[in-house]
Design a binder for this molecule. Structure first.
Ligand code: ADP
Ligand code: ASP
Ligand code: MG
Length: 416
């Protein structure tokens, strides 16, 4: 008997028919004698709908109340799923994040899981019950509801799989795996049979929303075997696994585009030690993730500092930066929200050079201007004008021959 976590995303439980279909998938696994813990998202569009209602009332809703609101979406699907399974004769029971002991820090709307008290899930499994768990939510030390950031049901699934030492954490979604690019943007994108944790982590953090970034981080840390697959069709998906020798032969594994970025420029900053530290310490203390940073030395001992932040954090970042700009005597602060980040990811970049040059050449052939660049061992990202994002992703996908599967090690190297 194996122990599996099966997580179903928003489109997979998006209406009554989908819920009935997913109930049949769960019952097939249960009938094979396996232990199953199910994790569900809210119905597709529901979290957006709830967020919009809050933002229509006030531009800056309080995080605690937002979390009470947002966590309600998942309560609906777990109750409906438990009822459906019960009607099929399966002993299923719904559990909220609190009830399955997911304890987080206090960062409302993007809380981090600090521990999982598994007694209740284990007791349920011991009684032969199938726990149907609300994804995306936990409670903080004050017992207030928290949510785990967008896409956070993936994290619930991985955290439970790690705590229960499950054999596999299955992430069912509306595509049949992880592709070389978003298949909804690049029709020629190819499903990967397997991908390393490290590459998946980069792809996720660079915009491939198929898995939430934090969920991949934890899967890697606890070596949770993850498989991404479709709830709409049978067939294999993509396994997220430890890196192996084959993977290193492939130069680029995937391309991503991310619109969820904004560029902030502090113009005319005195060129003195300590100023950058002042700005970025304040932003970090507000739990805002800064990604790319560029500092240009200009004339008269003044510099411009540009950096990117997630669009959702722009309001908070701007109110901080405006204050700081005044304090340090900067001339002005500029914002550009019409940007996107395109990135190439592949562990093969560690041992092969020339990827950046090919990337820049491909973008320039399309007449796309590069505004910012950042690199790490296994990725290269460029900020471009938002309107060119899809064109950039498609051209890079083609440039690196990602639509064709590398057959042998030699082919892999040649293809790249
Ligand atoms: P769920 O609601 O099941 O959690 P998501 O919408 O969060 O589903 O994630 C699935 C979506 O991720 C797909 O529909 C696809 O458009 C998108 N996606 C982006 N990049 C990739 C990629 N590289 N491989 C597969 N899907 C991707
Ligand atoms: N419902 C939440 C969201 O839409 C969590 C999830 O689906 O994973 O972000
Ligand atoms: Mg998701």
């Amino acid at each position: 008997m194996a122990c599996y976590v099966q997580k179903f995303g928003g489109t997979s439980v998006g209406n009554i028919e989908r819920i009935q279909h997913v109930a049949r998938l769960i019952s097939e696994t249960v009938s094979k004698g396996h232990q199953v813990v199910v994790v569900l998202s809210a119905m597709s569009g529901e979290t957006d709908r709830l967020t919009k209602m809050a933002k229509d009332l006030t531009p800056d809703p309080h995080g605690r109340e937002l979390d009470v609101l947002l966590s309600s979406g998942e309560r609906v699907t777990i109750a409906l799923m438990a009822m459906t399974l019960q009607s099929l004769g399966i002993n299923a029971r719904s559990f909220t994040g609190r009830q399955v002991g997911i304890v987080t820090d206090g960062a409302h709307t993007k809380a981090r899981v600090s521990r999982v008290d598994t007694e209740r899930v284990l007791a349920a499994l011991g009684e032969g019950v199938v726990p149907i768990v609300a994804g995306f939510q936990g409670i903080n030390e004050a017992s207030d509801v928290t949510t785990l950031g967008r896409g956070g049901s993936d994290l619930t699934a991985v955290v439970l799989a790690a705590a229960l030492k499950a054999d596999t954490c299955f992430i069912y979604t509306d595509v049949d795996g992880v592709y070389t690019a978003d298949p909804n943007m690049v029709p020629t994108a190819r499903r990967l049979e397997k991908i390393s944790y490290e590459e998946m982590l980069e792809l996720a953090s660079l915009g491939a929303k198929v898995l939430q970034t934090r969920s991949v981080e934890l899967a890697a840390k606890y070596q949770v075997p993850v498989e991404v697959l479709s709830s709409f069709q049978n067939g294999p998906g993509t396994r997220v696994v430890k890196e192996d020798a084959d993977m290193e032969q492939v130069l680029v594994s995937g391309v991503t585009g991310d619109r969820n970025q904004a560029k902030v420029t502090v113009v005319g900053v005195p060129d003195q030690p300590g100023i950058a530290a002042k700005i970025f310490v304040a932003i970090a203390e507000a739990a805002i993730n800064v990604d790319m940073i560029i500092q240009n030395v200009s004339q008269d001992s003044l510099t411009d500092i540009s950096f990117t932040v997630p669009r959702g954090d722009l309001r908070a970042a701007m109110s901080l930066v405006r204050e700081l700009a005044k304090e340090v005597g900067a001339r002005t602060v500029e914002v550009n929200e019409e940007i996107a980040k395109v990135s190439l990811v592949g562990v093969g970049m560690r041992s092969h050079s020339g990827v950046a040059a090919r990337m820049f050449a491909a973008l320039s052939r399309e007449g796309i201007n590069i505004m910012m660049i950042s690199t790490s061992e296994i990725k290269i990202s460029c900020v471009v004008e938002e309107k060119y994002m899809e064109l950039a992703v498609r051209s890079l996908h083609q440039e690196f021959g990602l639509e064709t599967a590398p057959k042998t090690h030699a082919d892999a190297v040649r293809n790249n």
